[in-house]
Design a protein around this ligand. Structure first.
Ligand code: LMR
Length: 401
């Protein structure tokens, strides 16, 4: 039967990772896949994670099944982290987390739930641009995608009025996918005042926000980054929040995430959870436990949580410094172009406003790797990479500028 299959071109982000690994050039620079790197260029196991892993190994007395919802302690503590302990939706028993295999698993569970709850061909409105993998995660569940205006490439800012006008014209029940913080791929986030205005429109138009929240703590801070997720859970009767512990706990390969469902009341929440149990059972049955047990251990232990928060805030501060340094270097190397938005943007990613041909040239000539849309992983930079990248952009042939 496999003779009917064409070989697919590699997926844009993970394909790039494979291409980078295969490149023998000694000075190659990886600005592709979104993983945090420290000053040594390493994606470390966080100290809090190592300590929690030791405790989990010492205490765990069984590897028996947990169930489709995963680890209860994780689900409880991650709700408290994302929504804030004592959040009104938690107090009213109308919000609950369902553990998933990573943020992708949470997005897929959310998409499957939307399709179950809505009519076939349900549309989810995503930002223009959005993370490339939103497309297969949503369409693979039978969802159709439409795009709302989001990013102004000329200014590097959010096209807020255009976004609001689009959302204000949607029909009741429409689902709007929002990035909780650290917008991927642009780094252009909504301000607190813009979140308030957006949530007012979502409520007035009876829309359902689906918040992709994969970078809590890496934008401005753990609490500040959660503002949008907390607001939608407070002000709206229904919301979905897909979260990931890949980046903020450095647990990438352990696949730790959750879908938080916010519902009108406890009965509807239980109905939604029953469908999620059936959906997960029909795809992967149950999520892996190890990473979730580690996160639960960290968040359930005040001193471990303190170690984790300090480590995370150092990571956030390092990326902020790299943004300042890169903006300065680009300003000096390319005085005719405005890269100042990079300094104002948040999280791991920014777009460099380069054409696909320029991206190819940087890879082929300078061994600098980034996806075709010109997105860079800020955490992949170091002083050498900043110098090489700035000089390479300044030296782009005029036809590619
Ligand atoms: C990214 O956008 O690079 C990350 O979210 C990793 C991934 O899975 O694509």
């Amino acid at each position: 039967m496999f003779e009917t299959l064409d070989t697919l071109t590699p997926e844009s982000i993970l394909g790039l990772l494979a291409a980078f690994r295969a490149d023998p050039a000694p000075g190659k620079i990886d600005l592709g896949v979104g993983v945090y790197r420290n000053e040594q260029g390493i994606t470390p196991v966080m100290k809090a994670v190592r300590l929690a892993e030791q405790a989990v190994y010492a205490d765990q007395d069984s590897k028996s099944y947990l169930g489709p919802m995963g680890n209860d302690a994780f689900n409880t503590s991650i709700c408290n982290l994302v929504l804030g302990a004592g959040h009104a939706a938690l107090a009213a028993a109308r919000a609950r987390a369902f553990q998933s295999p990573g943020g992708c698993g949470a997005l897929r569970l959310g998409a499957e739930l939307i399709r179950k709850a809505g009519s076939a061909g349900t549309v989810v409105h995503v930002s223009d641009p959005t993370w490339a993998n939103h497309v297969p995660l949503l369409t693979g569940a039978g969802i159709r995608i439409a795009s709302y205006p989001y990013y102004d490439a000329a200014t590097g800012e959010v096209r807020f009025q255009a976004m609001m006008d689009y959302i204000d014209a949607l029909s009741p029940g429409a689902v709007v996918l929002l990035h909780g913080s650290c917008h991927n791929p642009t780094g252009a986030d909504l301000s607190p005042a813009q979140w308030q205005l957006l949530v007012d429109v979502l409520a007035r138009r009876q829309l359902v926000p689906f918040v992709d929240f994969a970078y809590q703590g890496l934008g401005v801070g753990v609490e500040a980054d959660a503002l949008g997720a907390r607001l939608v859970a407070e002000k709206l009767p229904e919301a979905l929040i897909a979260l990931s512990c890949s980046k903020n706990f450095g647990l990438y390969r352990e696949r730790v995430g959750a879908l938080i469902v916010v519902s009108q009341d406890a009965a509807q929440l239980e109905a939604a959870m029953s469908h999620l149990r059936a959906i997960s059972r029909g795809i992967y049955s149950m999520p892996p436990d190890h990473g979730a047990a580690v996160v639960a251990r960290i968040l359930g232990d005040a001193s471990l949580a303190e170690v984790w928060r300090n480590e995370l805030s150092q990571m956030q501060a390092r990326m902020r410094t790299l943004r300042v340094d890169l903006t300065r270097a680009l300003r000096q190397a390319c005085p005719d172009r405005d890269f100042s938005a990079i300094e104002r943007q948040h999280g791991m990613f920014s777009l460099l406003n380069l054409s696909p041909a320029a991206v190819d040239h940087l890879r082929e000539t300078h061994h600098i790797y980034m996806p075709q849309n010109g997105r860079i992983n800020v955490a992949g930079l170091d002083p050498n990479a900043i110098a090489v990248l700035s000089a390479a952009i300044a030296a782009l042939p005029s036809a590619l500028r």
